[in-house]
Ligand binder design. Structure first.
Ligand code: ZN
Length: 443
C-alpha cells in the first residue's frame, strides 16, 4: 500500500492523488466523447479548453503519411518538409451555446508536382476554415430556410453560406447526371436585381435540375453543351424553352443538338397572356388617372391582383372587384376573358386535337380583338405554333414543370446577396438537383 502510494507520489495526508486521477479520468472520458461527438475522423483529441463563448479542441492527426491537398493529386509521403509554426483552426459543430474550434499543428510535405504544401486533414476541405460536418449542416439549413434564420442559427455571414453551398454541391453532385438525357428544358431565371441571370437546364424524365450557369445568352447554353459533349448531345430528342432567340441558336449548332425538336413551354405562353392583360390594365388606369375621378382610379388600381391572379385563387374582396370590372365591361374585361381563355387551352385537361383547334381559334380572336398587346401576342403564338404543339405532344409541359419553376424562382430570390451566380446556381442544384444531402448524425 505504501509502495503504491510512493510510486504515485501522493502526499499521505492531502489525498490529492485521488483528485488528480479523477480529473485525468474525466479528461480522458471527455476527449473520447468529444472525438465521437465531433466525428473527427483519424484524429486524437489532445486538449480541451473552455472559454466564455467557445470550446477549443486541440487534435493530433493519427495518420503517419502526409497527403498532398491538391484535388486529384493523391501523392503521399512519410517525409515531412517542416511543421507549420502555428496551429491551424477550423470551426466545427456547436455545442449548445459554445462554438467549437478544432485546432491542429499541421505538417508540410514536398509534392513532386505541387512543391511544398500543407498536408490535407481528413475532416475538412482544403483551405477551408470549417469542418465538413459544419458545412453539411449549413448547406442543409440553406436548402430549407431563409437567410435570416440560417445566419442567426449558425452564426455565419450570408456570402459564407453561398461559398459553403458551392463546395458541398461540387462534392456531392451525381457525376453521371448528364448521362442519358433525352428531353431537357432550358429556362432563364434572374438571381439578382439589375439583370443578373442564370440559365437552368432540367431533365424532363427525372425532374432534376442537371446544370446551371451564369447568363441567359447563346454563350451560356454553349457552356452547357461543351460540358455535355457531342456524343451525349446527339441523343437529345427535344429541348423545351421560353420563346427567345438566344437558346435555339445554341441548340442548332452542328456539334450541339441540331436534331432535337425545339419546343415552346406553354406555361410561358400563358404568362405572356397575363402580361398582355397587364398592358391593357395599365393603359386603362392611366386613362382614369388623367380623368378627373381620382377615387375610381384608386379603386381600379386595387383591382390589379383580381385581374392577374387565377380566378380560383381570389379572395372575396378581389372577386368583388373582378365582378365590378365585368359589369363595367370594356377593353379590360375583354382582355381578361382573352387571358383566361388562353389559360384554359393549356389547362392540361384537353386532348391534343382540341388544343390545336382552340389555340387557332384563340389566335383568330386575338387578331380581331383591337387590343394591341393581344394582337402582337396572337402573331407571336402563330409564329411559334409548331413548337408549342410539339411541347404538348411530347408531354413536356405539365404542372410538375411549372411547380418546379416556381420552386427555382423562390430559391434564386433567397440567393440574393450571394457573391456569385455560381453560388446561386449551387443553391438551386442543392434543392432540385441529383444530390443527397446528409446531416452529420445521418452519416
Ligand atoms: Zn500534389
Amino acid at each position: 500500500m505504501v509502495g503504491w502510494r510512493d510510486a504515485h507520489g501522493m502526499d499521505k495526508d492531502s489525498g490529492c492523488l485521488k483528485v488528480r486521477l479523477l480529473k485525468g479520468h474525466i479528461a480522458v472520458r471527455a476527449t473520447t466523447a468529444l472525438n465521437t461527438l465531433l466525428d473527427l475522423r483519424g484524429v486524437t483529441v489532445s486538449s480541451v479548453s473552455f472559454e466564455s463563448d467557445r470550446v477549443t479542441v486541440g487534435v493530433r492527426l493519427r495518420r503517419k503519411r502526409l497527403l498532398c491537398p491538391e484535388p486529384g493529386c493523391g501523392y503521399s509521403t512519410r517525409w515531412r518538409a517542416d511543421t507549420r509554426p502555428a496551429d491551424s483552426w477550423w470551426r466545427s459543430l456547436d455545442m449548445g451555446a459554445w462554438k467549437v474550434i478544432v485546432t491542429a499543428r499541421l505538417r508540410r510535405l514536398r509534392c513532386p508536382d505541387h512543391g511544398v504544401v500543407v498536408e490535407v486533414v481528413p475532416f475538412a476541405r482544403h483551405r477551408v476554415r470549417f469542418t465538413c460536418d459544419f458545412e453539411d449542416l449549413v448547406a442543409w439549413c440553406a436548402s430549407k430556410t431563409d437567410k435570416t434564420a440560417v445566419c442567426r442559427l449558425l452564426r455565419v455571414a450570408w456570402p459564407t453560406v453561398g461559398a459553403i453551398v458551392e463546395r458541398v454541391v461540387a462534392d456531392g453532385l451525381d457525376a453521371d447526371r448528364l448521362d442519358g438525357l433525352y428531353d431537357i428544358g432550358v429556362d432563364e431565371i434572374s438571381w439578382q436585381k439589375h439583370h443578373h441571370y442564370l440559365t437552368v437546364v432540367v431533365d424532363h424524365a427525372s425532374g432534376d435540375v442537371v446544370w446551371t450557369g451564369e447568363g441567359k445568352d447563346t454563350a451560356a447554353l454553349d457552356r452547357f453543351f461543351a460540358e455535355l459533349g457531342p456524343r451525349r448531345a446527339a441523343q437529345l430528342r427535344a429541348v423545351s424553352m421560353d420563346m427567345g432567340k438566344a437558346y435555339p441558336k445554341s441548340v442548332a449548332k452542328h456539334d450541339h443538338a441540331p436534331q432535337a425538336e425545339i419546343c415552346w413551354d406553354p406555361f410561358h405562353v400563358v404568362a405572356m397572356g397575363t402580361k398582355a392583360l397587364d398592358v391593357v390594365r395599365r393603359a386603362h388606369w392611366n386613362q382614369l388617372r388623367a380623368a378627373a375621378d381620382k377615387a375610381v382610379a384608386r379603386r381600379f388600381k386595387g383591382a390589379r391582383w383580381a385581374l392577374l391572379r387565377n380566378p380560383e385563387d381570389l379572395t372575396d374582396r378581389q372577386a368583388d372587384s373582378l365582378a365590378a370590372i365585368r359589369r363595367s365591361g370594356g377593353a379590360v374585361w375583354r382582355a381578361y376573358k382573352g387571358k383566361e381563355a388562353l389559360r384554359a387551352v393549356f389547362a392540361g385537361d384537353l386532348p391534343d386535337s382540341e388544343v390545336i383547334i382552340l389555340l387557332d381559334r384563340w389566335c383568330g380572336w386575338a387578331q380581331r380583338s383591337r387590343l394591341p398587346s393581344f394582337v402582337t401576342l396572337g402573331r407571336t403564338i402563330r409564329a411559334h405554333r409548331d413548337g408549342i404543339l410539339a411541347a404538348i405532344r411530347l408531354g413536356l409541359s405539365n404542372g410538375r414543370v411549372e411547380g418546379r419553376n416556381a420552386t427555382i424562382r423562390l430559391l434564386t430570390r433567397r440567393a440574393y446577396g450571394f457573391h456569385s451566380a455560381a453560388a446561386a446556381g449551387a443553391l438551386v442544384m442543392l434543392v432540385c438537383g441529383p444530390i443527397t444531402l446528409r446531416l452529420p448524425h445521418e452519416k
